[in-house]
Design a protein around this ligand. Sequence first.
Ligand code: HEC
Length: 146
Amino acid sequence: MRAFPVIAALLLLASGASAQDLPAGPFTAAQVDAGRTAYIDHCMMCHGARLQGLGEAQPLVGKDFVDLWGHDTAAELYTSVRIEMPQNDPGSLSDDVYLNLVAFLLHANGAKTGTAPLDAKSAIKIETIVTGTASADVAAGLKSAK
Ligand code: HEC
């Protein structure tokens, strides 16, 4: 399993040049990793292992995500998710976990990992950092560790 992030990074590089042209995203690798785990535990049962959406729960990746969130800031996504999700228990997670989840969603949509942690005031517009192409880990399907 240790090799997986390397493979994922190689696949991402192979998937197109556009990701390289983007500025670094306003979040860290640690936030993405923690957010991935939180997604698997709290979101995947409704939104799917590839973030593809299931039933009423819409896709959180690709064109659907960019159409819905592209014009908003990372802070706005954070606020919405914190107030509305998980749908069966909204607001039940800590602020840090919600930030990690947003970092993971940005990563999942092709945003580049950066060095500064995401915070609740991030005014960066989502369409300026995502490609809309699913990251390799998400495209391959997430797996619960349990
Ligand atoms: C019990 C099922 C369920 C779970 C668990 C769940 N969602 Fe959702 N989610 C939905 C449904 C249904 C919608 C669409 C209707 C709505 O917006 O309430 C949705 C919509 C969304 C949206 C779209 C925008 C919005 O806020 O309206 C986002 C983003 C989102 N979910 C993220 C998450 C994240 C992140 C988690 C994990 C913390 C999560 N969801 C957990 C069912 C779920």
